[in-house]
Design a protein around this ligand. Structure first.
Ligand code: AMP
Length: 218
């Protein structure tokens, strides 16, 4: 199954990818995680991406498309994948269509997760992440069990630089301007299932399961 999780920063794409990976047996491909690893390693990709990420802007489409073509060609992606944070612009969506078409593949579903703006700001500024295993926490509703220690791997959880309040506003503005147009783009292709992400983890998960269940029976 080839899925896109589409929604603003903080809507729960990473959180819900975690159980979907287990249940569907396909990898999550998060461009944000790949870019953060590249910045940490100090690679050429990281060097190109860093200033855009720090200011809450999008990394250029050409850089992202090169990176994603390589990632989707890895053996673990042959049976499908969950795209988290990609595509983020119409040219990226067109590039994805091209790459899938070349490989004789197609998208199955776009899950569009809706969350109100105030809630997004609240979730992002109280989010903490494990830089080692990528587990996601929230100081309000899902804190680590012991201080700032990751439950899964024992590393210290941190706040992402771009989850600080000033950058969050910019990221939401960039989402509205550059990424939200993808909703109509994929509606026109009959691929969108709208998910209400405002009601908490269990409710959102149930809506995603229903959307995928319907898809599986087709
Ligand atoms: P995320 O973890 O998905 O919120 O991404 C963090 C940052 O990485 C974004 O604010 C962008 O600077 C960059 N980024 C991630 N995915 C993309 C993408 N598909 N296109 C452009 N920039 C991206």
């Amino acid at each position: 199954m080839r899925l896109i999780l589409l929604g603003a920063p903080g809507c729960g794409k990473g959180t819900h990818s975690a159980w979907m990976v287990e249940e569907l047996g396909i990898p999550q491909i998060s461009t944000g995680d790949i870019l953060r690893d590249a910045v940490k390693e100090g690679s050429e990709l990281g060097r190109q991406a860093r200033s855009y990420m720090d200011s809450g802007e999008l990394v250029p489409d050409s850089v992202i498309l090169g990176l994603m073509r390589g990632r989707m060609a890895q053996p673990d992606a042959a049976r499908g994948f969950i795209l988290d944070g990609f595509p983020r612009t119409i040219p990226q969506a067109e590039g994805l269509n091209g790459a899938l078409g070349d490989a004789g593949m197609k998208l199955d579903r776009v899950l569009q997760i809706n969350v109100a703006r105030d809630e997004l700001i609240h979730r992002l500024t109280s989010r903490r992440v494990c830089p080692n295993c990528k587990a996601v926490y929230n100081l309000d509703f899902k804190p680590p069990k012991q201080g700032d220690i990751c439950d899964a791997c024992g590393a210290s959880v941190v706040q992402r630089d771009d989850d600080r309040e000033a950058t969050v506003a910019q990221r939401l503005e960039v989402y509205e301007r550059q990424t939200a147009p993808l909703i109509d783009y994929y509606i026109a292709r009959g691929l969108v299932a709208v998910i209400d992400g405002n009601q908490g983890y269990a409710h959102t998960r149930a809506e995603i399961e229903t959307a995928l269940g319907r898809e599986a029976k087709r």
